[in-house]
Design a protein around this ligand. Sequence first.
Ligand code: Q46
Ligand code: ZN
Length: 303
Amino acid sequence: MKCKPCGEQAVIEVRRHRAAFCRDCFLHHCREQARRAISSHQMIRHSERVLVAISGGKDSLALWDILVELGYQADGVYLGLGIGDYSDTSRTYAEKYSADRGLTLHVVDIPTEHGFAIPDAARATKRVPCSACGLSKRHLLNKAALDGGYAVLATGHNLDDEAAVLFGNVMQWNVGYLARQRPMLPETEGFARRVKPLIRLGERETAAYCLLAGIDYIIEECPMAAGNRHLRYKETLNEIEERSPGAKTAFYMQFLEHMLPVLDSVAESEHDLVGECSRCGAPSTSDVCAFCKLVERSANTPA
Ligand code: Q46
Ligand code: ZN
């Protein structure tokens, strides 16, 4: 197999693009895909400081690397979720990456700073861990971006993640979530701009990027993910993709192009409802925000 851009020996094939790449052309291809996503959705200006949410996994570390390579001023933030060995190990990967490259990594440890671990919060709320986790991440990552004076918060959601979330939202016709499933959510009162520069790359590509760029990352998935709906949707989409290469990209990209503009008015009316949490000042639709309620319930529930 020959590299499509340069004709050298290829090391990876990307069926979706009907192309194979050598190492250097593949790294360039990934950065180019991110650059195109950033420019077509007006995600980040070169003068702006970016905070990258780092989990220690392939997507977030690839994203950080790509943003730095593209010349952005990008720092990282790692959230300690208190999920046993998984959290300890993922943190070491995040710290090693930043230390090796002389980059700044902020660390927010939820158990130390907020008094609960994600599994405790799941017990306290009697809901799946990912629901307490997602809520905590949204709140604390946004807070870290605002407190640090960053204009933009970037996350490593890739094409597979976004297509799976879209699939779930369509299966339930969750119109409010669909309206907010955007590659770029503009900054509003109390919220930093949120962007997903990796939407044009599949997870096989972000893993290959790390391998070829010499980035070590945590390979194990979070133990709490087992059996969640998101993973089942990914498997289903992979089966469809296997039979019709390109179907996943079409499903997600056509949503961005044709459906999101239709949902603009829904996104606006939801935003009108936002007030302020009486405890922490974060944007909230009720008197006390969901994160402050979670902290309270976790503190009042014995382990
Ligand atoms: S970290 Fe958190 Fe994920 Fe683990 S508990 Fe669920 S949401 S699976 S990306
Ligand atoms: Zn609050």
